[in-house]
Design a protein around this ligand. Structure first.
Ligand code: NAP
Length: 264
């Protein structure tokens, strides 16, 4: 049974084949969804287009989410190409490298503004533009991280931004619920991607994660893809406003401890 047969999903945030958004795209494609992609800057097109084409998608359009006119353009083109959209995937975040290495209290005003604009407001802007295309209701999805809820070394302004993103999910879910549109976040465990490489100390955090998480393993973009398929499908038709953890259970731990053999 194809869980997403007949559904169309727009995916924002594929940078390369390591991106979480790509894991989601592959999983949605396997379940029969028709997909459209957007990329941030011209130089990324040469990486995103071949990936999209490898799963039969020719809709690949630019959209820097800090620019309202580009958001308007991409949704006009989506309306022309697809008519109706069922799923929106927002897998976008940005903060300056310096904000992710020095103490949080040193965050600059401009660094704070940019992180909030790209990582938080963009989901609200995309949701507003996508809602009119969700004529049969729909499912909107964003990506967050545990650093929104508990302090994570060097995650800093991105943790504050993810907290605001998770709050946005609840407000959007309340606004759009009466139109049959569900809005949820997936809180993913650490995954080795371009964005993650910008967080100082990420490699160590990634290595230690598998020794501490209840399932004793790291997670993959494909793991996130599975949860995303479920949220986009009718199986999750009464689920909205939630932050769903795909993190090998890490978030349930009070005081995470490393296993004896973990230093190897
Ligand atoms: P990624 O592959 O680097 O994807 C991040 C995407 O955001 C890139 O496609 C990037 O494009 C895009 N982006 C940044 N600024 C943009 C802008 N102004 N307009 C449009 N797109 C823009 O990294 P990822 O780890 O898969 O990140 C996807 C999401 O998962 C993010 O929200 C991230 O916070 C979240 N997440 C990641 C982890 C992890 O450990 N990796 C864990 C939990 C949650 P450019 O490359 O052109 O900047």
């Amino acid at each position: 049974m194809s869980l997403l047969a007949g559904k169309t999903a727009l995916i924002f945030g594929v940078a390369n084949d390591h991106s979480i958004a790509w894991g989601i795209a592959k999983a949605m494609h396997e379940q029969g969804a028709r997909l459209g992609f957007s990329y941030a800057v011209e130089s990324l097109e040469r990486r995103v287009r071949p990936l999209a084409e490898s799963i039969g998608s020719t809709f690949v359009e630019p959209c820097d989410v800090s620019d309202d006119s580009q958001i308007e353009d991409v949704f006009e083109k989506s309306a022309d190409a697809f008519g109706t959209v069922d799923t929106l995937v927002h897998a976008i975040a940005f903060a300056g490298r310096e904000e992710l290495s020095r103490p949080y209290s040193e965050t600059s005003r401009e660094g704070f503004r940019v992180a909030m604009d790209i990582s938080v407001y963009s989901f609200t802007a995309l949701a507003r533009a996508a809602a009119p295309l969700m004529k049969n209701g729909g499912s909107m999805l964003t990506l967050t991280y545990y650093g929104a809820q508990k302090v994570t070394t060097n995650y800093n302004v991105m943790g504050v931004a993810k907290a605001a993103l998770e709050a946005s999910v609840r407000y959007l879910a309340a606004d759009l619920g009466p139109r049959g549109i569900r809005v949820n976040a997936i809180s993913a465990g650490p995954v080795r991607t371009l964005s993650a490489a910008g967080v100082s100390g990420f490699k160590r955090l990634y290595r230690q994660f598998a020794d501490m998480a209840p399932l004793r393993r790291n997670i993959t973009p494909e793991d996130v893809g599975g949860a995303a398929v479920w949220l986009a499908s009718d199986l999750a038709q009464a689920v909205t406003g939630e932050t769903i953890f795909v993190d090998s259970g890490y978030n349930i731990l009070g005081v995470p401890t490393l296993e004896e053999h973990s230093s190897s």
